[in-house]
Design a protein around this ligand. Structure first.
Ligand code: FMN
Length: 336
């Protein structure tokens, strides 16, 4: 628990003693609410940079294999396998490659990317650095929506501290390997969350969608091979490298491995972020974690994926699985 937080009037007590938090399967959000976001010592004391240290001992292809074996799929919406995207960038020869983090988080009601960046910025920095080592990219950009001024402040400070501590820059942990990182602010256009318009915007142009092919993995930022990944996809990587692909893949069901950050909003008693392995039923999520409706009326409908998505078929066994559609699984409860 953060020092001094016990005396805060809104403090609820130690995280591990709060049932709602203790019953979650927090892999990505494990440190949140526990560590001081900007303290490198705190981050290290809670397994921080272990993934990077492991990655520095391995060949690029080995790192890509580990990510492939974890079954990690992009959390930005299309659920594309992250390891396969990285393989394409690794296999494409170029004098310069890039890692771009999509932190545009434009969908109404979503906030998981923001929480990860504001509360555990080194996790994203570490994930992007590992991605750089995996595909041989030496420059990264976080494309951050301009509506997130606190995230910008936290990330800028965390990048400066990580550089000073040797976790970013020209000599990562004394290895002689290089990775630089910068935050770039978006200009408030929803379409800039789409990866090719994002790249246009990052290049200083108007955010218009590019034709595909070529894929960004082959011709991306400034025409160079580029990994474009969502914040949560990159944030999952340190755990995978530190604990091994199997530890990640042991969560979930079917072809959906790992955990998902579920964002509850609307007429729900306990809105907020819940991290659970794929396979949890919608009823468990809404009743046990969301606490039912705020108004106390019966739960009649849940919109999965937020305003852009559909209503699932009414059934007590509807489970979260990875489908190419909801960018961030989010539920809206409506009580009739
Ligand atoms: C209109 C539109 C908006 C999008 N907005 C976002 C966004 O805000 N954040 C995001 O990560 N992906 C967004 N995407 C998906 C990205 O194009 C891309 O698939 C994603 O960044 C890839 O990362 P991933 O493989 O880690 O999911 C959007 C796609 C479309 C078509």
């Amino acid at each position: 628990m953060l020092e001094g937080s016990v005396s805060h009037p809104l403090a609820l007590g130690p995280t591990e003693e709060i049932d709602y938090l203790a019953r979650q399967q927090r892999l990505t959000f494990a440190r949140i609410g526990i560590t001081d976001p900007l303290s490198i010592d705190d981050y290290r004391a809670h397994s921080g940079f272990c993934g990077l240290e492991a990655a520095l001992q391995r060949e690029p292809q080995d790192i890509v294999e580990e990510v492939k074996a974890s079954g990690l799929r992009g959390r930005g919406g299309a659920a594309f396998p992250t390891g396969i995207k990285w393989q394409t960038v690794l296999d494409t020869p170029a004098d310069q490659k890039y890692i771009v983090c999509n932190a545009d988080e434009g969908d109404s009601g979503t906030f998981a990317d923001r929480l990860a960046m504001e509360c555990d910025p080194y996790m994203l920095i570490e994930g992007m650095t590992i991605a750089g080592l995996a595909v041989e990219a030496t420059q990264g950009y976080i494309y951050l929506r301009s509506e997130y001024p606190l995230a910008k402040q936290v990330l800028d400070e965390a990048i400066a501290r990580a550089e000073q501590a040797g976790y970013l820059g020209d000599n990562l942990c004394g290895s002689g390997r290089t990775f630089h990182l910068e935050v770039r602010l978006g200009a408030g256009a929803y379409i800039c969350g789409e990866e090719t318009s994002l790249l246009e915007s990052l290049e200083g142009k108007r955010g218009l969608v590019r034709f595909k092919p070529p894929l960004p993995a082959i011709e991306g930022l400034f025409g160079r091979p580029t990994v474009v990944n969502n914040v949560l996809s990159l944030a999952a990587v340190p755990f995978i490298l530190a604990e091994g692909a199997e530890a990640y893949a042991n969560h979930g069901m079917g072809r959906s491995w790992g955990t998902l950050a579920l964002q509850l909003a609307g007429n729900v008693k306990r809105g907020g972020l819940v991290e659970l392995a794929f396979g949890t039923t919608l009823r468990t999520l809404m009743e046990e974690f969301g606490g039912g409706t705020l108004t106390g009326k019966p739960l009649r409908a849940v919109q999965v994926g937020g305003p852009l998505c559909a209503y699932p078929k009414a059934s007590g066994t509807c489970r979260w699985i990875m489908k190419p559609s909801p960018r961030s699984a989010q539920a809206w409860a409506t009580a009739a």
